[in-house]
Design a protein around this ligand. Structure first.
Ligand code: ZN
Length: 417
């Protein structure tokens, strides 16, 4: 789920998981036989997709083969892209679900299980390295879950444990909103929000309990100080489940080179986000330049509806936002690869992975990246830049699987004590 300026301006976030309209393009990456072979030999893992919102909001079925559905993920698209494991994001809008975060968290978790139950021949729930490997052997999509935003635990460590028991294997400490125990990059400059200078004492307890349980600590979205607090306190490797490099694209929720090196030292992985606004500086600036006008257009629509005695829905807001964003030129496919390459160079090839943010970016991905079916193009592009088969398999999923295994090991050690 991307961090939106309008979230700050309107304090009403847009559910950006609706049907995606992605134009096709001419300058496509052609995937060679060798790239195809390497890609098919890998366990490809994506650490962040917001398709979960579609399950509830649109009653979307992953088995859909609707050619007019331009969403990023379906079982068919996953198969064509050899996507082996997906972390479905459990994201609870902190504004619209105020007062019942846990309930909506449970609803989203249920929706993932329901999809797996509908498609037992092509999909299975997974909570461990062993599960992901078994799904790979059985040619099924492994469905994992990550909670996006610590507000889901409602300041209750018992709820955190319940979510683990239900199969949640990572939690992003914050979304774009600062919660009662961790600061977010999304509102860090907003004087109306009460901040904590990073993690509170309870926030540190949450991190350690996640380590003990075997739930990966995810530092995407958090403020810089929260990142540094978390990296000091954690006893297990962390991930940035959907973040790119700030040296290339100056978004406050991208990772600085110092952070990339710290994640490498920690043994963790930064999974590159496919959102154009995090991968291309020109796009980011263009989006920023029109963000106030876009927010004003949405506010005007909301007011019009109110005057007419109606309520603007999240879908309405999302539609307007998509109309505005569609005016911006799509960045080239290479902008996504530049981030993978930069992180591999700064942190090392063992510390970079894929965190698409599919179905959570209002369709705004670089040219040629229109769905999970396009994942083999990443393998081709990395081959073209001189990466070998082993390095590519690490980036596609091996590194993420290693972190999950390490987190399992640290958990066993902590529980033995
Ligand atoms: Zn997000």
């Amino acid at each position: 789920m991307i961090n939106r300026l309008i979230f700050l301006l309107l304090l009403s976030s847009v559910a950006d998981a609706q049907t995606v309209v992605a134009p096709s393009n001419a300058s496509d990456v052609m995937v060679s036989e060798r790239a195809r072979q390497i890609h098919e030999s890998a366990i490809v893992i994506d650490t962040h997709a917001d398709t979960t919102q579609r399950f509830l909001d649109e009653n979307f079925d992953l088995g859909s083969t609707d050619p007019n559905d331009a969403g990023h993920i379906s079982l068919d698209k996953a198969r064509r892209g050899n996507l082996g494991a997906e972390f479905f994001s459990i994201w609870v809008d902190p504004t619209t679900h105020q007062g019942h975060f846990a309930q909506y968290t449970l609803d989203l978790i249920d929706s993932v299980y329901e999809q797996a139950a509908r498609h037992p021949d092509r999909m299975m729930m997974a909570v461990s390295v062993a599960d992901v490997e078994r799904a790979h052997r059985e040619h099924k999509l492994a469905a994992l879950m990550g909670i996006e935003g610590g507000h889901s635990i409602e300041n209750d460590i018992r709820l955190l444990r319940d979510y683990y028991r239900l199969g949640v294997r990572y939690m992003t400490l914050t979304w774009s909103n600062t919660n009662e125990w961790a600061d977010s990059s999304g509102d860090i400059d907003d004087p109306k929000v009460q901040h904590h200078n990073g993690l509170t004492d309870f926030g540190r307890q949450v991190v350690l309990e996640m380590n003990r349980l075997g739930m990966i600590v995810d530092i995407s979205h958090v403020s810089d100080k929260t990142f540094w607090d978390a990296i000091v306190i954690t006893k297990a490797p962390v991930i940035a489940s959907h973040s790119s490099a700030r040296a290339l694209t100056n978004a406050p929720r991208n990772m600085t080179d110092d952070m990339l090196r710290a994640v490498a030292k920690n043994g963790g992985v930064v999974q590159v986000n496919f959102f154009s606004g995090f991968d291309d500086e020109n796009y980011r600036k263009a989006e920023e330049a029109q963000s106030k006008d876009m927010a004003a257009a949405i506010a005007q629509y909301v007011e019009q509806m109110r005057a007419a005695g109606k309520t603007a829905t999240a879908e309405d807001r999302d539609r307007i936002e998509r109309e505005w964003l569609a005016k911006l030129p799509r960045p080239p496919f290479s902008s996504l690869i530049d981030h993978i390459d930069h992180i591999a160079k700064v942190a090392g090839v063992d510390h970079v992975g894929l965190g698409s943010d599919f179905d959570g970016v209002s369709g705004q991905t670089p040219e040629g990246m229109n769905s999970a079916a396009d994942l083999p193009k990443i393998t081709q592009a990395l081959l073209d830049r001189g990466y070998g088969a082993e390095a590519i398999r690490k980036i596609l999923g091996g590194n993420t699987l290693r972190v999950l295994g390490e987190v399992e090991r640290v958990s066993r050690e902590m529980q033995a004590k």
